[in-house]
Design a protein around this ligand. Structure first.
Ligand SMILES: Cc1cc2nc3c(=O)[nH]c(=O)nc-3n(C[C@H](O)[C@H](O)[C@H](O)COP(=O)(O)O)c2cc1C
Length: 125
């Protein structure tokens, strides 16, 4: 069974929007048995399913003492999900989380993550 996390979207630092990867954030319990890192994901908003880039962790690149969060960047979606209930299914683990020297480096890696996740989503049908 794939991990499924459901909840309402909370505010982040809005940095994702500046990076070009706006994310919807969900609070998760510290002991949630899901590995930190990047995941291929599917997200349901109302009745619509989106492929998504998923991330679980404490954002060591941008946060010193960050809370553990789940973030999803929905593909082919634009809009604001703040306060909405969403359902995230984590399909496949892609890589461990890392602390990058700069947000540019992080962005370059997220570009690569997106390519890997697009391949996974295509093969999942
Ligand atoms: C696909 C993906 C991979 C990510 N990988 C990392 C990572 O390895 N290390 C890290 O510190 N943050 C990672 N992040 C989180 C970003 O730091 C975060 O999305 C960004 O700072 C925006 O956060 P905000 O929504 O609070 O503004 C990742 C985010 C996404 C969407």
């Amino acid at each position: 069974m794939n991990p499924v996390i459901e909840g309402s979207v909370i505010g982040g630092h809005q940095l994702g929007r500046r990076l070009g990867y706006p994310t919807a954030n969900l609070a998760i319990p510290d002991d949630l048995a899901v590995k930190n890192g990047v995941w291929a994901a599917k997200v349901r908003v109302g009745k619509t399913l989106y492929g998504a880039l998923g991330y679980v962790g404490r954002k060591p690149t941008v946060d010193q003492n960050g809370q553990r969060v789940l973030e999803v960047h929905l593909l082919d979606f634009s809009g604001d999900l703040y306060g909405q209930n969403i359902r995230v299914e984590l399909l496949q683990y892609v890589r461990e989380e890392r602390r990058f020297d700069s947000t540019e480096r992080l962005l370059q890696q997220i570009d690569r993550d997106k390519q890997a996740i697009l391949k996974i989503l295509t093969s999942c049908g």
